[in-house]
Ligand binder design. Sequence first.
Ligand code: SF4
Length: 249
Amino acid sequence: MLQQTQTARVIEPWTIFLQRFPTPRACADAPLSSVLTVWGGLGFPRRAKALHTAAKTIRDEFQGVVPDDVRALRGLSGVGEYTANAVASFAFGQRVAVLDTNVGRIVSRAIANKSLSVRDAREIAQSLLPRDDVAAFNQAMLDLGAQYCRSTPLCESCPVRGGCAWRRHGGADPAPTSAGVSRPQGTFAGSNRQIRGRVLAMLREGPVSWTRLDQSLSEVTMERRELIVRSLIDDGLVEEVRRRLQLAK
Ligand code: SF4
């Protein structure tokens, strides 16, 4: 939920989500439409569908218990290297680096002072891990990146400025072109992403006819409306039943 979404926006839906689906099995047993409804307006609804699919795999193949093995975690729907390592480190205390966009900036600036490939960034991040208390170290790295080593870094107050290679040697900022460092997103207002969100918000209230959808999105061309709805259907988030649209079951 936190990927690309501010923490303050996530806290309430996250709490409600966990009350409604306290275990992978509870999530897996619910229809996708319920998961999408509880997910609410957090955006990126494909993440909710992936979570639902992952919950079903955990129920069916892992007796309802989240696996502690990075390779098994990577096999779950929607779980990439970052998420697998984060779960392995924070939930199971394993000695794996958690390399997100924040940590990607730190290793490219403070350690390498150059733009890094995925492999190099991964190797450096892994080499920094302490022997013990890896989860706390990973959390500290995430916080350092979020609080100080931001896109526009706050070097003057950064606690590791004394040992930072970029600060010591200078040059162009290596972070923006380094692997794993996210680029700024396009404007949300008026984007297809926003309109997809509006369609899903309507469907959370119940099935909707094309006519009503057309009325609610009258400022959007018919061609674009259809394209957006088709993309939701192709993503498995929406179904069309007798010319009415509804959340996928
Ligand atoms: S000194 Fe600046 S560039 Fe170096 S780690 Fe701190 S915030 Fe990042």
